[in-house]
Design a binder for this molecule. Structure first.
Ligand SMILES: [Zn+2]
Ligand SMILES: [Zn+2]
Length: 273
């Protein structure tokens, strides 16, 4: 199973980092977790396309994690000529969000239906809303969910994916909590969105100071990884985004608490497990 960090950015615009998303490739099964800014471009660079997706998994409805879902929906529709269903799984509220995306795309949908004889139907999307604790399969990938802690954002969920004996936890935004421990227990890779509170507090922006209490810091993520016996910690959604010469400083902070492999990188960093 390949875990590709297709977007390592955050809400803060960055010329080199797409918004949060992670692509899972296991044989012919491609899964996307979250769909942040620019995700379709990064999927193309990772050898994937919306038309190849067996499912999209959504951790929560914060805009940075879902703002390019409309691109995934439209591109999947056009690439499959309306002959395939796009399965989207997410927390309660996802169905309403997707319904409204489809409403926003109505003009485009009608233009293309009118113009292309080969397109007989609009986007075929099936949404499944999940409760924490739900388990399901997408082809030969087994997926379990648990509640994460990103208050006041609610509901938020994370995913644990198992394929051919390999396991990955892709958990979205969360502070340490029992749900994270459950999802990341003993995994081959634990992908955690992280911030550096010591650097965020230096940024003279009042709104940014509100993010401290609902994200894992680098130390938090490393402590979770150590507590649950994860083999690797992959950091993503870094705020503020480090330059490559700062990566050693970030990994050193994590290494104070976790002696497994620590991954930090640019978009398209790939972890093969
Ligand atoms: Zn969030
Ligand atoms: Zn986020």
């Amino acid at each position: 199973m390949d875990v590709v960090l297709t977007g390592t950015g955050s809400p803060l615009p960055d010329a080199n980092r797409a918004g949060p998303s992670t692509l899972i490739k296991a044989g012919d099964t491609h899964l996307l977790v979250d769909a942040g800014r620019g995700v379709v471009m990064r999927m193309a660079a990772a050898g994937s396309m919306p038309g190849f997706l067996s499912a999209v998994l959504i951790t929560h409805l914060h805009s940075d994690h879902v703002c390019a879902l409309n691109d995934v929906i439209t591109t999947h529709w056009v690439m499959t000529a309306g002959n395939a269903e796009l399965n989207i799984y997410g927390p309660v509220g996802t169905a309403r969000f997707v319904e409204r995306q489809l409403s926003a795309l109505e003009a485009d949908t009608s233009y293309r239906l009118e113009h292309h004889d080969a397109l007989a139907v609009g986007p075929q999307v099936k949404v499944t809303e999940l409760e924490p604790g739900d388990a399901f399969d997408v082809n030969d990938i087994a997926i379990t969910t648990a509640a994460t802690e990103h208050a006041p954002v609610h509901p938020t969920i994370g995913f644990r994916l198992t394929h051919a004996g390999s396991t990955a936890a892709i958990v979205g935004d969360s502070i340490p909590c029992s749900g994270l421990d459950e999802l990341a227990g003993g995994v081959d890779v634990y992908v955690q969105t992280v911030i550096r509170p010591d650097l965020v507090e230096l940024i003279p922006n009042e709104l940014l100071q509100d993010i401290h209490d609902y994200h894992s810091s680098v130390s938090d993520a490393a402590k979770t990884a150590a507590r649950v016996g994860a083999k690797r910690l992959a950091m993503t959604h870094m705020v503020p985004a480090p330059t490559s010469d700062q990566y050693p400083e970030w990994t050193a902070i994590a290494a104070e608490h976790f002696d497994g492999e620590i991954v930090i990188g640019d978009d398209l960093t790939t972890i093969s497990i």
